[in-house]
Design a protein around this ligand. Structure first.
Ligand code: HEC
Ligand code: HEC
Length: 359
């Protein structure tokens, strides 16, 4: 019995001590809690009798839409409790801008309802429609241009990285290749070709699968007079992307060709044209051999000459001009030699080593 009551007493004491210390901790941390006003004192755009739930939702909406906190528009110290803030004050210019924006948004929506726009429902414009989590709704190209104008190319590249890290998932900016292309082009238009190269290099890094990004970079290299780029960006993967050292514009050509290269042939020929040329050569030679002696006269037969000229033109169309066609054309005009399959030999020679894919 005694034992049991001792245990009971001990647990009672423990419970009392625990409760007391909990209360003490609470008291030490106790602060006046921020209360949203039942009735705000200084509303100029919202209705004067806006209920506090509506006011709360509006203010929290502002912070989210602009990616800011209360002190962006209100008098108060960042990090201090909201009870120390003066929300009634109009001292911060941003608060007034926000009022202007509220009116603008109201007007926009009013105008939208007046329009006869087809569709089951109307889109309601809100702060976030433009702001998307930023205080100033700039496009990425605008933002980079601003930094470039005041702080130069290094800061611009750094800003891009920062914005990418912070906003990529939110979709606040267009991080597709378009933004950097647009900005890079604007730099080239101003003759800032070396800086444009930096931007297009960044674009290729960010969009390694875009042939357009490679092509723009090649253009910038050419414009900047960087003739022999040892830049890995242009070499990666497809060897067709690597510009040949030497002539200007080749880099550009190489990058353009790589656009074709992905699905077709990296050398820029129409896929299957080699196959077609080989087939045609067999047919032409076949006619000349088996229709012998009708064609036996060689140059003496106008029909034969016409066939050779047409065949020659077709091969040049299919494969491009090649010197190997010249002796063939000439020997074709000589009787007897004509009956050897010289077209086939020439075409096989011209297309040797190419891996033709029949389309
Ligand atoms: C983008 C600017 C902006 C941000 C951010 C913002 N507010 Fe406001 N706030 C305003 C404007 C503008 C008004 C006045 C609206 C009007 O005149 O109708 C206002 C009014 C208020 C009022 C009413 C004050 C009164 O009694 O007149 C309170 C309270 C308030 N804000 C709290 C907050 C809190 C808390 C936050 C942070 C969660 C916040 N606001 C964030 C712009 C902002
Ligand atoms: C139609 C697009 C659009 C909408 C919708 C819009 N804004 Fe803006 N807002 C802008 C633009 C553009 C700027 C930058 C103006 C400038 O600096 O030239 C801006 C700037 C601001 C600024 C100043 C930011 C700074 O850095 O000084 C505040 C505050 C602001 N908006 C609040 C709001 C609020 C609150 C709403 C919703 C009620 C809103 N905006 C809705 C386009 C919009």
């Amino acid at each position: 019995m005694i034992r049991v009551s001792r245990v009971r007493a001990a647990s009672l004491v423990y419970a009392v001590v625990a409760l007391a210390s909990f209360a003490a901790v609470r008291a030490a941390h106790a602060q006046p809690r921020f209360e949203w006003p039942e009735r705000a004192k200084n509303l100029k755009v919202l209705p004067k009798d806006t209920p506090k739930e509506k006011l709360t939702a509006t203010m929290v909406g502002f912070t989210r839409s602009l990616g800011v906190r209360c002190p962006f528009c209100h008098m108060g110290q960042e990090g201090q409790p909201l009870t120390t803030f003066d929300f009634v004050s109009d001292k911060k210019p941003e608060k007034d801008v926000a009022r202007g924006m509220m009116k603008m948004v109201r007007d926009v929506n009013k105008n939208l309802t007046k329009m006869k726009i087809p569709g089951p429902s109307r889109v309601e414009v809100q702060c976030i429609t433009c702001h998307r989590g930023r205080p100033r709704p700039l496009t990425l190209a605008d933002e980079l241009s601003g930094v470039y104008a005041t702080a130069g190319i290094d800061s611009t590249v750094a800003r891009y990285t920062l914005l990418h890290d912070r906003f990529y998932a939110a979709g606040s900016y267009d991080f597709t290749e378009r933004s950097l292309s647009e900005f890079g082009a604007s730099l080239m238009a101003k003759g800032k070709n070396d800086d444009a190269v930096r931007i297009f290099q960044l674009n290729v890094q960010q969009n390694p699968n875009s042939s357009f990004a490679y092509a723009s970079l090649a253009d910038a290299y050419a414009a900047a007079g960087q003739k022999r780029p040892g830049h890995p960006e242009l070499r990666e993967g497809d060897p067709a992307r690597a510009p040949q050292p030497g002539r200007r514009g080749e880099a550009q050509g190489a990058a353009r060709r790589s656009e074709v290269g992905r699905d077709g042939d990296a050398r820029g020929s129409v896929p299957g044209s080699g196959m077609a040329a080989r087939g045609l050569a067999l047919v032409v030679d076949g006619i000349q051999i088996f229709a012998f002696p009708a064609f036996g006269e060689g140059a003496a037969s106008p029909l034969n000459d016409a066939l050779d000229l047409v065949a020659g033109a077709l091969f040049v169309l299919l494969l491009g001009w090649h010197v190997a066609f010249l002796p063939t054309l000439l020997t074709e005009l000589v009787p007897v030699v004509d009956v050897f399959p010289t077209w086939t030999a020439a075409v096989v020679f011209v297309t040797r080593g190419r891996s033709w894919r029949p389309s």
